[in-house]
Design a binder for this molecule. Sequence first.
Ligand SMILES: Cc1cc2nc3c(=O)[nH]c(=O)nc-3n(C[C@H](O)[C@H](O)[C@H](O)COP(=O)(O)OP(=O)(O)OC[C@H]3O[C@@H](n4cnc5c(N)ncnc54)[C@H](O)[C@@H]3O)c2cc1C
Length: 434
Amino acid sequence: MPDQEIEVLVVGAGQAGVAASEHLSARGIPHLVLERGRIAERWRSERWDSLVANGPAWHDRFPGLEFDADPDAFVPKDQVADYFAAYAEKIAAPIRCGVEVTSVTKNEGKPGFRVVTSEGAFDARYVVAATGAFQKPVIPPIIPANPVLTQLHSSGYRNPEQLPAGAVLVVGAGSSGVQIAAELQRSGRQVYLSVGPHDRPPRRYRGRDNVWWLGVLGKWDLATPGAGAEHVTIAVSGADGGRTIDFRELAEEGITLVGRTAGFADGVVRFNPDLAANIAAGDANYLSVLDEADAYIARNGLDLPEEPEARVFGPAPESVTNPILELDLAAAGVTSIVWATGFATDFSWLKVDTFDELGRPRHQRGVAAEPGVYFLGLPWLSRRGSSFIWGVWHDARYVADQIAIQRGYFAYDGDASPVVSSTPQTLSVGAVES
Ligand SMILES: Cc1cc2nc3c(=O)[nH]c(=O)nc-3n(C[C@H](O)[C@H](O)[C@H](O)COP(=O)(O)OP(=O)(O)OC[C@H]3O[C@@H](n4cnc5c(N)ncnc54)[C@H](O)[C@@H]3O)c2cc1C
């Protein structure tokens, strides 16, 4: 069977793929989105049952559609998935579900790419990789598999009932680890939470949500991460209606805090003696946001209620002042470990020359080093917001523009007058040059 021809092939129909489709359609660019599962599949099947959005409904959305929810609410994950399915319908996105892209290779001697899928092959002039940043669960190789110990990644965690009876060690205190630890503790489990370096911005301060502060302080738009920022996890969540994460409060509720998980031998897990330092650095990050917010309010003369109590911390818990450095899992009754230790990308299907020696995509604002290939949804693709719902929509607009510009060059037939343009929205060569 000959390969089907398509101008732009978008791989993945999460929020990034849906946003790409909207902007390509707006420019009249023919395209097809292939999704191996369902629209927004990861929100449906790769996250725990009680997960809610990290940002309020008024913010964590695309400009073209509001959530059917209180704008200040943190909507449940299934509602997020339904939102993107509804959005795709609203924009009549050409999405084919249940089709996996298994390889993309550069055509020899002609433009474009050969895209092999579970349902035949395509010849695509352009390829947009919208398969997300959170693809492959990462579990550090610390504790070997052991039949009496259940180990799972946060992407495989669903609810407390899933785990065998007994205590749980949750490793990683970013947004996922903190929420999972709190849920397990409330279900009646003894929980140990391993806390590494983290930022913990206030959920709300002086009447405004964290997403608002990130916006007005220009932080969503930061173009490059601060030193080490790519590696520092952020502990912020919409759980319980949205409350600031304070590790002292988690300890007060009964969670035993421990330092970064460092090693394992003879049934004993070893933790770094860094718990107090990690909490202090998280506090400093929290206070720096309050300082910046206060300065912004003063500079702009805003009438927002003062909140001095936000600067008052409770006493350090026993687990911080006198930290456990070793935990004998059997003696402590720990029967499971949840690794909330993040994700890696997996572009093994994208067999083109656009990755560095560590396998990281080489690109500029999503325009790959391999001409004709584009990325969306990667952390810091163009700015801090790039891997989030709000940010990817703006990146997709830029990427669609770049594709339109390239199409303008291809449409040029050697005679600059009249300028050739295949659709009214397609940028002509003249427009490119001006
Ligand atoms: C636990 C968690 C909570 C989060 N909460 C929020 C939040 O509240 N707000 C927010 O803004 N962001 C949040 N994020 C970050 C980000 O918004 C999500 O990760 C989001 O799912 C990323 O969307 P995406 O479209 O870039 O990628 P994905 O949602 O990962 O979509 C990629 C799609 O590609 C498909 N796919 C992959 N490989 C192939 C292939 N070879 N062929 C065909 N299809 C393929 C997948 O099935 C998937 O549907 C969260 C992330 C995590 C991990």
